[in-house]
Design a protein around this ligand. Structure first.
Ligand code: SAM
Length: 281
């Protein structure tokens, strides 16, 4: 296996083409091949910047044979850039399979960072950024959506998710129903594009803005919801923590087991002790 092969994960603009970095441009010009989510879509970027590197289609539904061919080319010493339609590949976009395979084989994978909608939205939202969770798209079905807001809305960090234009109104209505109209939130639309808009304030304010102007439901969007107030936070023992607690409860008294697990997991000792007593009984 050649040591020269490199898989570059190249971020591309999410709207404004000027956001392509100089390093991304040089990488796309110099590699042997660009593997793109949709070659027709990426042609616009290529033409705009005069990049004439060969493009091939690659996404997570591409055949195993196609992944294998790319891996073979990397192993033979070629340099390949992976791009998605917009933003950072793998962030809710294709690429996971080839990156994990390349890593498992010890091939070199190099990120070329740049735009990504969730981080772009969060950075200008005015919501807390010290701790946040990006959870992909809000579910499409109403029941799942309500569960989603119940679960994620109780967390002590800012929630960042994608929403689609035809579901955003229903989604905001349900978020208001589950979390209340007073919860702070921001809907960032059409980032870096002509009609970039940040609708902010509370979930109730966003709902009112969408009802007042149908255009606010259009385009690409990121929904961000502020953390729950302290008393609303639900403290949970996740699956791996519970398993660790169960294993230690077989060997140790509940108090000792809870204390050890608390050190590793950060979950309060008291909560773990209550669970440990339940498990023992
Ligand atoms: N990998 C991409 C990234 O790093 O930004 C995200 C891809 S994801 C399939 C596409 C979703 O990202 C869109 O449906 C929208 O919710 C969000 N998005 C992408 N571009 C956006 C933009 N310019 N403004 C707001 N949201 C955007």
């Amino acid at each position: 296996m050649s040591k020269d092969g490199v898989l570059y994960i190249v971020a591309t603009p999410i709207g404004n083409l000027d956001d392509l970095s100089v390093r991304a441009l040089n990488t796309l010009k110099s590699v042997d091949l660009i593997a793109a989510e949709d070659t027709r879509h990426s042609k616009r970027l290529m033409n705009h910047f005069g990049i004439d590197t060969k493009l091939i289609a690659y996404h997570d539904h591409s055949s195993e044979q196609k992944s294998a061919q790319l891996i073979e080319r990397l192993a033979a010493g070629e340099k390949i850039a992976l791009i998605s339609d917009a933003g950072t590949p793998l962030i809710n976009d294709p690429g996971y399979r080839i990156v994990s395979e390349a890593r498992e084989l010890g091939l070199t994978v190099v990120p070329v960072p740049g735009p990504s909608a969730p981080i772009t939205a969060l950075s200008a939202s005015g919501l807390p950024t010290d701790s946040f969770a990006f959870v992909g798209f809000v579910p499409a079905k109403s029941h799942a959506r309500k569960q989603f807001f119940e679960r994620h809305g109780a967390a002590a960090h800012t929630l960042v998710c994608f929403e689609s234009p035809h579901r955003v109104l229903a989604s905001i209505e349900e978020a208001v129903e589950v979390l209340g109209g007073e919860r702070k939130a921001v809907l960032a639309r059409e980032l870096t594009k002509t009609f970039e808009t940040f609708l902010g304030g509370t979930l109730g304010d966003i709902h009112a803005a969408l009802m007042a102007d149908g255009n606010q439901c259009r385009g690409e969007m990121v929904l961000m919801i502020s953390p729950a107030e302290k008393e609303q936070c639900v403290l949970e023992i996740d699956e791996p923590t519970e398993q660790m607690l169960m294993a230690l409860c077989d060997e140790l008294p509940p108090k000792k087991a809870a204390s050890l697990v608390s050190q590793f997991s950060g979950v309060p000792k008291k909560l773990l002790y209550q669970r440990a007593v339940e498990l023992k009984s």
